[in-house]
Write a new protein. Structure first.
Length: 558
């Protein structure tokens, strides 16, 4: 049963802040639930879905950007950081959402985008009109081009979503002019955080939403913000161009960024001191090593940062163990807690990622995804769940080219890294699209088409089937909340056969995962407390995870 996390004053807050082992559900607002019948999810739809999330048992929600935006990157191109886009609702609806969530004991985190804004942000319009050398252009990265006539970009950097990281503007007099930096798309100009206007503006933005009751922020591109002041050429531009997750070291992870997080932490602490409610900063930090990651979660910086290495690990016991060891050594050692993720709005869904083939994900992929879910929930620290993972939704891999909206596809012409397939609107009920996603007539067409096989994964069906992904997640969340072993206690590895991970949490909870396909002896006798699949006493089948409780008098071994 979901209960409100305690807010019983300073002593509790210092001993166990709510966020340290919280489970947060990522709501991609556009695809969660549509209350108006226009085919696009909205804040009122999220509010309608809160009882569903309470029943599931999460501690909080993270809302994708809903700010005014031309939607070139579905809200990650922000035109106004202190309002709601009419397609998603208004500030009054947002207030109702926060109030209802808090009544249900659910925290609310907002997605904030400080690295770049929209090309339709008033600041960028001012910069274009003001011309070279102006104070307005100093809020961004404008530079003269190279070569005859300045026709060559200022450096060789690549954009994360394909193509060069620079676009040339036409000056107010109609002549070709300076270039501006955009590490994602031309519609998302990067802000210059060395200009004092930028940090001052975001200080106001944080306070605007904190005054409206939010419990914290998920920070987009938290390792970005600062670029090398000289904007030099990258020594390996081809490597920078190969993946959106491996980033140019001249444009990412600059040392000055840590000062921003110290200042934001002070703002959050100021609000916490007023009412005892801990506010959370969790960063999207893409850096090469866990040791560098740990620098972002030092005691005076971000509370947490997503640890993506588990998401990127192959389905292999040794790989998973190495990733977990590295995180617990380097990140937990800072005094923070590891923030585990298996999926988000930028990644292929786990059922498909762990499967061997097929547009709907193989049975093997589903079994592995269920096992990974139990592993995730057994690890010490916090966990983030992307919407639809609790339904076992596979990736939609066969969307027609003409419906794709991801700017990666528009800029590269390739489907290799597109993200539309994990963003298809959720199925709630029924046997045909829109599957209860949209209010109003059955003929409503969601903003991305839902395949017919979504009916098998509809929430209505999942709730009725006790063997579903949904019930596995719910039971895991209930046990996680109720068992003291699944708090912040240490993890101790146990001996296990090749291809199997087994560890003990606290005094007597054992989790084991069989990464192979053949059954192995179970590490604990008897029937497991919870298993991701059929698990007879004494055995652990392939592609299965299970939890057992022991009496703590002896160390369980296989």
């Amino acid at each position: 049963m979901l209960t409100a996390p305690a807010d019983d004053g300073l002593s509790h807050r210092l001993t166990h802040p709510w966020w340290r082992d919280a489970v947060i559900y990522q709501v991609y607002v556009r695809s969660f639930l549509d209350s108006t019948g226009d085919g696009i999810g909205d804040l009122a739809g999220v509010r309608t879905g809160l009882p569903y999330l309470k029943k599931l048992g999460v501690d909080g929600i993270w809302l994708s950007p809903f700010y005014p935006s031309p939607q070139h990157d579905h809200g990650y191109d922000v035109a106004d950081y202190r309002d709601v886009d009419p397609v998603y609702g208004d500030l009054d609806e947002f207030g109702l959402l926060v109030a209802d969530a808090h009544r249900l004991g659910i925290k609310v985190l907002l997605d904030i985008v400080p690295n770049h804004c929209s090309s339709e942000h008033p600041w960028f319009g001012e910069a274009l009109a003001a011309g070279p050398g102006s104070e307005a252009r100093a809020r961004f990265h404008f530079a003269e081009g190279r070569g005859p006539g300045g026709d060559v970009p200022p450096n060789n950097w690549h954009a994360m979503f394909g193509g060069p990281a620079w676009s040339r503007v036409t000056e107010p007099d109609g002549t070709p002019g300076q270039w501006y930096l955009h590490m994602f798309t031309p519609e998302q100009p990067d802000l210059n955080w060395r200009n004092p206007d930028v940090p001052a503006h975001f200080d106001e933005v944080l306070r605007f939403w904190l005054d409206r009751g939010v419990d914290g922020f998920r920070i987009d591109v938290a390792a970005g913000l600062f670029k090398h002041p000289d904007l030099p050429d990258s020594p390996d531009p081809e490597a920078d161009a190969r993946t959106r997750d491996s980033v140019n070291p001249l444009a990412w992870n600059q040392p000055e960024v840590h000062g921003v997080w110290r200042q934001w932490r002070k703002v959050c602490e100021e609000y916490t001191a007023r009412d005892g409610r801990e506010r959370l900063l969790v960063g999207e930090v893409s850096v090469p090593t866990a040791r560098e990651h740990a620098q972002y979660v030092r005691p005076d910086e971000l509370h947490q940062a997503f640890f993506f290495d588990l998401l990127g690990a192959p389905w292999d016991a040794a790989a998973f163990r190495s990733v977990i060891d590295e995180a617990l050594r380097d990140i937990a050692g800072t005094g923070s807690s590891v923030t585990w993720v298996l999926n988000n709005h930028d990644q292929v869904r786990t059922v498909t990622r762990y499967g061997e083939s097929g547009t709907e994900g193989s049975g093997l992929g589903a079994a592995r995804a269920r096992a990974a879910a139990l592993l995730l929930l057994a690890l010490p620290g916090a966990a983030y769940i992307y919407q639809g993972e609790e339904l076992g939704l596979p990736e939609v891999v066969d969307l027609p080219d003409e419906v794709l909206t991801d700017p990666i596809f528009r800029r590269t012409g390739s489907r290799a890294r597109i993200r539309d397939g994990c963003r298809v609107p959720l199925p709630w009920s029924g046997h045909a699209s829109p599957f209860g996603f949209s209010a109003g007539p059955e003929g409503v067409r969601p903003w991305l088409p839902q395949p017919g096989w979504f009916a098998e994964h509809a929430t209505e069906r999942a709730l009725a089937d006790t063997r579903s992904f949904w019930h596995l997640y719910r039971e895991g969340l209930q046990l996680r909340r109720g068992l003291p072993q699944l708090g912040e206690g240490a993890l101790r590895w146990l001996d296990a056969p090749p291809g199997v991970l087994a560890f003990e949490r606290g005094d007597g909870l054992v989790c084991a995962v069989n990464f192979g396909t053949a059954p192995v002896p179970a590490p604990v006798p008897g029937t497991p407390l919870l298993a991701s699949g059929m698990c007879p006493p004494g055995a652990l089948p392939g592609s299965t995870a299970a939890w057992w409780i022991t009496d703590g008098t002896e160390n369980p071994t296989p």
